[in-house]
Design a protein around this ligand. Structure first.
Ligand code: NI
Length: 173
């Protein structure tokens, strides 16, 4: 069998990153075909999470793997935060759609999320630490929100200019 075909990742400030994703009506062949491609794209880019929004497919589907060995894929379809800790912490985040940029974002330290898995089975997952942060970050993508939107307008504009410039240079090369 051939390895799954990689998907192009949208780069900030691409306006398509601000699309609000639709609920997955059924875990059908289309979704089942998309999951391995999203996982392969995430692993190829050395990411710990990828939302369908980032590959310009606007359905509520995210893939995550925060394991050291990169062998514990987690698929969340139609994720809903059931509970989020009041305790928050500011931690450094990055994003495959915002290459080379890392900055602090305040997030709940623990969450409980309900979602369908790759087989369409509903599960409730309790997460803390990096996994909790990653779930919140990826769920923001499904709402059309990129982490740089938590930063000050000044910082955000600097990042925007930097990425636009880098993209122009890449196109010229
Ligand atoms: Ni991201």
């Amino acid at each position: 069998m051939n390895p799954p075909e990689l998907l192009p990742i949208l780069r900030y400030p691409d306006p398509r990153l601000h699309t609000v994703a639709k609920t997955v009506a059924a875990v059908d062949d289309r979704i089942r075909a998309l999951i391995p491609r999203m996982l392969a794209t995430m692993y190829d880019a050395n990411g710990i999470g990828l939302a369908a929004t980032q590959v310009d497919i606007h359905v509520r589907l995210i893939v995550i793997d925060v394991s050291e060995a990169r062998d514990q894929p987690l698929v969340l379809i139609n994720p809903v935060i059931e509970w989020a800790s009041e305790e928050t912490r500011k931690g450094e985040e990055g994003c495959l759609s915002v290459p080379g940029i890392y900055d602090g974002v305040e997030r709940s330290v623990a969450v409980r999320v309900r979602a369908l898995d790759a087989e369409g089975v509903e599960r409730s997952i309790e997460a803390q630490g990096m996994l909790a942060v990653c779930i919140q970050h990826e769920m923001d993508h499904l709402m059309g929100k990129v982490f740089v939107e938590y930063l000050s307008p000044l910082k955000r504009n600097r990042i925007k200019s930097k990425l636009v410039k880098a993209q122009r240079e890449a196109e010229r090369a």
